[in-house]
Structures are given as C-alpha cells and as structure tokens.
Design a binder for this molecule. Structure first.
Ligand code: MV4
Length: 447
C-alpha cells in the first residue's frame, strides 16, 4: 500500500480524499494556491505545499509545480480528484515518469475517453448500442448534409473532444446546418483547441443515466449500479440520485452488463463511469466515458456502502477488485444536491465572498461533503460548488422528505446559494413522481 498520497485538488473533493487516506492509514499532502492558504483541506492533510497564485493555470493546473510538490514530499501516489488535471493524459504520464502512481486509469484510457467519436466507434465494434450517427468525425459541410439527411432531422453536432455542452448544436432543419456546423467547429476549436465534430440523431428529452465501474489491474470489472443525472441546467448537474427512478429492473440489469462490457472493450482500469442516454421507451445508448471519480459519487456510496475513493486507492496500489464475482446491491435511495455559491434568483450568477454564518444539517441519513465554515471566504477563482448535501432513506419518497427537512436546516449566510432552488425542485410534482429528463429544469422552471 502507498505511504503518502499527494492530493492534487482543492475544495470538498480534496477533503474527501484526505479523509479516505486517513482511514487507510496513509499520509496525505495537500497542495494549495495562495487563495486557498487557509482552506480546510490544507489543515486536514498531514502536510501542505503552496503551488502558486490563485489563477488555476498557475496553480491547480500547473503540472510542474504539482509534480515537484509530490517529489519533494516523497509521495508515492497522487490523487487528481475531478476537474483540473484529472482527465489530462500527459499528467498521468508525467506522474508515472516520476515513479508516482496516478490514482486513476492509464493515459491511453484517459485519451480514448476524451476522444468521444473514437470511443463510440470502439463501442460499436463491441456491439454496445450507440445513437445512430456519423461514423467518426465529419470533415466538411457536404458530409454533414449527407449524414444528416440519412439520419433525419433533428440532429445534434457534438465536439469530439468536448464537454460541458460546448461545441454542441442541435440542428432541426437542413437550411441551418451550414451555420450550426461551422459554429460547433469554431466553438470546439476555441474551447478545446481541436475543431473535430461528429453528428448524431437527436434524442428528444432523454434521461442521462451513468453506471459506476470498478476495474482492477487484472481485468476484474464490476458495476456498482447507476446514477440518474438528468436534473441539470445549462449542462451543470444540480441533483443526482441512485438508483434511477422509473427504470425497469430488466433495463437496469441489461445496461449494467453493457457498462461492464464497455469498460472491458477499452481495457479500463480503476474507477470510471459509462454514460448512457435513455429515451421514453427505455431504449438506451452509450454516449461517453468519464475517466475520473465524479462529483456525484456519494449517491453510489450511500446505496452500496462502498467507499469509492478507498477503492480507487486500493486498486491503484495493486489490490484486486474486492467485488469480483459478487453482485453489488443497492439498498434504499440516495439524492445529492449541489450547493453552489450562485444566486439562483439572478440567473445563477456567481456569488463569492464571506460566509458570515454557517450551520450544516445532520441527523439520520444526512451527509454533507464540504469545506465551508463560518467566516470562510469563498474565492472567486474556482468552481462555485461549495457543498454537497447527500440524503439517504429507505425509499425515494422518504429521501425527498428528508431532503426537505435538511435543506430547511441548512444555513449559509453572507452569500447566495442554490439551496432555495433545490427547495423548489423537490416540491415539484413531476420531480416527486420521478418524471424527470434532461429538459426538466427548462420545462418546469422556464430556465
Ligand atoms: C445528446 C442529446 C440528445 N441526443 N445526444 C449533453 C451532454 C453530453 N454529454 C451529451 N448531451 C446530450 N447528448 C443526442 N444524440 C441530449 C444531450 C443533452 C442535452 C442536449 C442539449 C441541451 C441540453 C442537454 C442536456 C442534457 C443532455
């Protein structure tokens, strides 16, 4: 097992990883930008090192500074968390060149996951259902028109190296294709440095359901069930739950098998997520792979009892998948609410600043993953996620009542948060009935 892990992240996920290290008896090293000098992750870790000034490019994205911090502190492993460098294949290579074990998949699996059109082609070869579309990238407008005519409109143009909805355009009529095709390409180029795009048939109001994979270095692959992630606004997830509401046991079992097959197809290692779109008739389609631990991992932890961060660390150190040959069962329902420092009454504008007073909910079935406290100053430089409220209960109805109780206990003064918006969502009748899909927020709240 590792002796010392460098935690290459900040905020709640840095705290989460440090907690797992402590429970495993592993020393942890925090890194911080000058904006985070007094952030709680620096004091929870055994050691902390400054890696630069506030802008992410100069600190949490600075590979040289982070590798140097790991080397001077004699770390034998590094956990990237999510965001920042977590899905950068060169970062993994840089770690391994310096004999630091990257806690995550090898660089080739990270690269393939990042190349969405190529990942889809690999899945097609392995008979995993994908959305009808271009086979690979679409090179020019003539090709785009041909493919779209064959698929039938509406179609969706997607950035091959994209994410977060950037470089994505829905096209409803052939006469819009020329402008939308070039818009998608130029947005891809400016956002990701690569202009490649591919085209798929557009699925109306799908659900976004993702499956958690646990894969060791010896080909033992398990699936820890699914997370329903459809409640999103402008490609930012707001609420996630496990298990998915209104998904038949049969479909769940079938997709689980495909998720394991998908991980096997790309020789995946460590933890990862296979994302699917599911339509009204429970037709399902592979869309992409996430080669990192995800923000929403706690809902899986709450229903399975597995500590996913500890599993990542154990697998990276060479241990075998502890769940080989066992069916991982989900018990009860868990729902996660992302508490962002944003003003949901004002177009979700960022709301950094001083938290003058703070009280976290507790009691049965409540978990709060956070780094905030009274008098903490939320810096303006980073992601607006400041806390995750995760509720667990025996049923979805009970989880929603519990969430309502916990959200009303939650007190964060001095800045605006998404808590009031969460209260509105959970009192919505369609949400309560589990009638959710990726366009739920815009339909129900005109956002
Ligand atoms: C789609 C889709 C419909 N049809 N693909 C969004 C994030 C990215 N990972 C995949 N996404 C989607 N892919 C096909 N073929 C719908 C989405 C989608 C979406 C699209 C437009 C506006 C908001 C959306 C929210 C969630 C998912």
């Amino acid at each position: 097992m590792f002796k010392k892990i460098l935690v290459a992240n900040r905020g709640e996920i840095a705290v989460r990883i440090i907690r797992a290290c402590k429970e495993l008896g592993i020393e942890s090293v925090a890194v911080y930008s000058t904006a985070d000098k007094n952030s709680i992750h620096t004091s929870l870790a055994d050691l902390s090192i400054c890696i630069g000034p506030p802008p992410p490019n100069k600190s949490y994205l600075n590979i040289n500074n982070i590798i140097s911090a790991a080397l001077v502190t004699n770390c034998d492993a590094l956990h990237p968390g999510y965001g920042f460098l977590a899905e950068n294949p060169s970062f993994e290579e840089n770690c391994s060149d310096n004999d630091i074990t990257f806690i995550g998949p090898p660089s080739d699996a990270i690269s393939l996951s990042g190349n969405k059109s190529m990942a889809i082609e690999v899945m097609k070869k392995h008979k995993i259902p994908v959305i009808p579309g271009s086979s690979g990238n679409v090179e020019n407008l003539r090709q785009a028109l041909n493919i779209s005519r064959k698929l039938g409109y509406p179609v969706i143009i997607k950035a091959s190296f994209g994410g977060g909805g950037k470089g994505m355009r829905i096209c409803r009529h052939s006469h819009d294709l020329e402008s939308l095709f070039s818009l998608a390409k130029s947005e891809s180029l400016s956002s990701f440095g690569k202009s490649e795009v591919y085209i798929e048939k557009y699925i109306q109001k799908p659900r976004h359901i993702e499956f958690q994979i646990i894969a060791d270095n010896y080909g033992n692959i398990s699936c820890a069930g699914e997370r329903e992630c459809s409640i999103q606004r402008r490609h930012q997830k707001l609420i996630e739950e496990a298990p998915a509401a209104r998904l038949s046991q049969k479909t769940r079992r079938v997709i689980k098998e495909y998720a394991v097959r998908a991980a096997r197809a790309i020789n995946y290692k460590n933890l990862g997520t296979i994302e699917f779109l599911v339509d009204e008739n429970e037709n399902f389609y592979f869309i992409e792979i996430n080669s990192r631990i995800q923000v929403e991992h706690p809902v899986t932890e709450m229903v399975t009892g597995i500590d996913l961060i500890k599993e990542q660390i154990k697998i990276a150190s060479g241990e075998r998948n502890a769940f080989t040959g066992r069916d991982i069962l989900a018990s009860g329902n868990a729902i996660e609410f992302r508490i962002n420092a944003e003003d949901s009454e004002n177009n979700f504008a960022p709301s950094p600043g001083k938290i003058t007073d703070c009280f976290l909910p507790g009691g049965p079935g409540i978990r709060v993953d956070t780094f905030i406290h009274s008098n903490y100053i939320v810096p303006p430089f980073y992601d607006s996620l400041i806390a995750k409220l995760i509720v667990w209960a025996n049923s979805r109805d009970e989880a929603i009542s519990r969430a309502s109780r916990a959200l009303s206990e939650f007190r964060i003064e001095g800045i605006k948060t998404t808590i009031p918006f969460h209260k509105k969502i959970i009192s919505n009748e369609n949400f309560k009935a589990g009638k959710i899909h990726t366009h739920f927020i815009e339909e129900e709240f005109a956002l």
